[in-house]
Design a protein around this ligand. Structure first.
Ligand SMILES: CC(=O)N[C@H]1[C@@H](OP(=O)(O)OP(=O)(O)OC[C@H]2O[C@@H](n3ccc(=O)[nH]c3=O)[C@H](O)[C@@H]2O)O[C@H](CO)[C@@H](O)[C@@H]1O[C@H](C)C(=O)N[C@@H](C)C(=O)N[C@H](CCC(=O)O)C(=O)O
Ligand SMILES: Nc1ncnc2c1ncn2[C@@H]1O[C@H](COP(=O)(O)OP(=O)(O)OP(=O)(O)O)[C@@H](O)[C@H]1O
Ligand SMILES: N[C@H](CCC[C@H](N)C(=O)O)C(=O)O
Ligand SMILES: [Mg+2]
Length: 485
């Protein structure tokens, strides 16, 4: 694409060079530069992209887009200055891939917990009604049967727009995507035309990044001012109620869901068991009995959100019920490992206080023996959630095994100490075992008939991120291996 076209609708200054150069790739990472790239320098949280301009040029970049004055100017390079490169990046990416979101129905799902589960349920229902869906989220992006691993739940705008453009190419009708608060704050989704938006809930997480719940909420709200269709809001959540009122006051279309009668879509006559959730859906004067074979009280909320998306897309209730009845397990979310033991082993991705409380409460309702909870907390993430999660696990479990979960650059034992501050406030017996594999081994050794072992926090992840390396860590395989030993 010709540079001039790439910069369309941007406020820019040509510092030096020529606007008619051809750009073959847009990148913000010098390591990804190829010949004829445009390199966009972003001041980051760790390093400043402006420091990598010379590397980018040495690898073949012909255009440099920056927000600071260039330190050196080469004749054969075009330098463009814009006020905010992080913001500009999303607009440039959108231009480069020819605004793919305008050719799709994009459904954005945000909230602290339930985004992945809700997205996959909505995908299942829409696919059962004959539609073609692309997915972008924590587990990766999926187009037809092709999976791509993603570094982030919501990728950086260049990768995001590229994935959306592939969806257009492959004739997808919908893109269902998780929209993280980081993405909203860091302009990863700026310029995307969303049809509908979903708000699942807002509870404590990511305060390392957002600092306060109010600022976290502010970021989440942005999505709902980017939609042209319906805003689907959980009004059993206190932030959801505020959001719903504010959106209605701003004449935005709102569909509410929850367990109370005041919600547009609500559930009555619920039956929860390890076989799943059963309830009668009420929407206006319509009634439909629903069974979804995924257990957990929180599952009901994800199912309601997914049904709301389908209703906004005019999928008949009978089709919705049929699709949910055949809903496969969402990988790593309340997933039972098939093992031949007198106790059960469940893997779940709970990694926030509310997530952990929900999964433990759901399992506690059905467990006949003890509930043994094994978990840790991520390094380089919200530190304040650690003792809170410790207290929740201690209050609600019969035994706690505190271990590591992606310590990243931190000392894993220090993270465990932070968690134990909370566990020690409770009467729950516990043990701390830093090596997660050893911790799992201990759980399998101590479990007795009818117990449930909950392995929380890693869900679908197949790795453990340590200070100096990433090791393979597939919890499902590890449990099987340990049992064979
Ligand atoms: C806090 C945060 O979100 N940071 C994201 C941000 O990093 P950054 O801008 O600070 O990057 P940086 O490392 O300082 O580098 C600055 C610039 O220099 C460039 N660079 C850097 C090194 C080099 O050799 N060459 C080079 O060009 C980088 O590509 C970048 O453009 O932009 C990067 C590129 O898009 C992201 O990968 C990175 O996500 C980091 C890895 C991360 O862990 N993010 C998490 C917290 C996150 O975003 N999580 C949410 C999910 C949360 C949830 O819902 O639970 C998500 O959407 O994944
Ligand atoms: N609606 C919900 N309300 C509260 N907790 C939930 C809900 N749905 C799922 N959970 C819990 O949160 C965990 C993560 O669920 P899921 O992966 O669907 O959320 P997510 O919002 O995509 O998370 P992430 O922010 O990491 O992408 C689950 O394993 C479960 O323990
Ligand atoms: N999207 C979440 C995932 C956390 C998963 C958990 N295993 C951890 O590493 O803390 C995050 O990046 O904070
Ligand atoms: Mg997710």
């Amino acid at each position: 694409m010709i540079l001039k076209k790439l910069l369309e609708s941007l406020d820019y200054e040509l510092v030096s060079g020529n606007l008619n150069v051809d750009v073959e790739k847009v990148v913000c990472d010098s390591n990804a530069v190829i010949q004829k790239s445009a390199f966009i320098a972003i001041p980051g949280y760790k390093v400043d992209g402006h420091n990598y301009i010379s590397t980018a040029i040495s690898k073949g970049a012909k255009v440099i887009i920056l927000e600071q004055e260039p330190k050196k100017i080469f004749n054969e390079i075009t330098y463009i200055k814009i006020p905010n490169t992080r913001m500009g990046l999303s607009q440039i990416a959108n231009n480069f891939y020819k605004n793919p979101s305008s050719k799709l129905k994009v459904i954005g799902v945000t909230g602290t917990n339930g985004k992945t589960s809700t997205s996959m349920m909505a995908q299942n229902i829409l696919e059962c009604s004959g539609k073609k869906i692309g997915i972008i989220g924590t587990i990766g992006s999926f187009i037809d049967d092709e999976k791509r691993e993603l570094k982030n739940t919501t990728p950086e705008s260049i990768e995001l727009q590229e994935i959306l453009s592939v969806m257009v190419e492959k004739n997808m009708e919908y893109a269902i995507m998780e929209v993280s608060s980081h993405a909203l704050q860091l302009n990863r989704v700026t310029g995307i035309e969303f049809s509908h938006g979903v708000f699942t809930n807002l509870t404590q997480d990511h305060l390392d990044f957002h600092v306060t719940m109010e600022k976290y909420f502010q970021q989440k709200q942005k999505l709902f001012y980017m939609t042209s269709g319906y805003n689907i809001i959980n009004i059993d959540d206190s932030y959801g109620r505020i959001l719903s009122r504010t959106l209605q006051a701003n004449n935005k279309k709102v569909v509410t869901y929850g367990l109370g009668k005041s919600a547009d879509l609500h559930a009555v006559d619920m039956v929860y068991s390890m076989d799943g959730v059963d309830f009668t859906l009420r929407f206006r004067d319509l009634r439909q009995r629903i069974h979804c074979p995924i257990p957990g009280k929180f599952t009901l909320y994800n199912v309601l959100a997914a049904i709301a998306i389908a209703i906004c897309e005019e999928v008949p209730l009978k089709t919705i019920a049929k699709a949910l009845k055949n809903m496969p397990t969402v990988p790593g979310r309340i997933e039972r490992i098939r093992v031949d033991t007198p106790y059960q082993v469940i893997i779940d991705f709970a990694h926030s206080p509310d997530g952990l409380q929900n999964i433990i409460c759901s399992l506690k309702e059905t467990v006949e023996g003890r509930l043994i909870t094994l978990f840790g907390c991520g390094g380089d993430r919200d530190k304040t959630k650690r003792p809170i999660m410790g207290k929740i696990a201690g209050d609600l479990s019969d035994y706690c095994i505190v271990t590591s979960d992606n310590p990243r650059s931190e000392d894993p034992d220090k993270i465990i100490e932070d968690i134990l501050d909370g566990v020690k406030e409770t009467q729950c017996p516990y043990i701390a075992i830093t090596d997660r594999r050893e911790a799992i081994k201990f759980a399998l050794t101590m479990a007795k008939e009818k117990d449930i072992i909950l392995l929380a926090g890693k869900g679908h992840e197949t790795y453990q991120i340590l200070k100096d390396r990433v090791i393979e860590f597939n919890e499902k395989n590890i449990v099987k291996e340990l049992l064979e030993e």
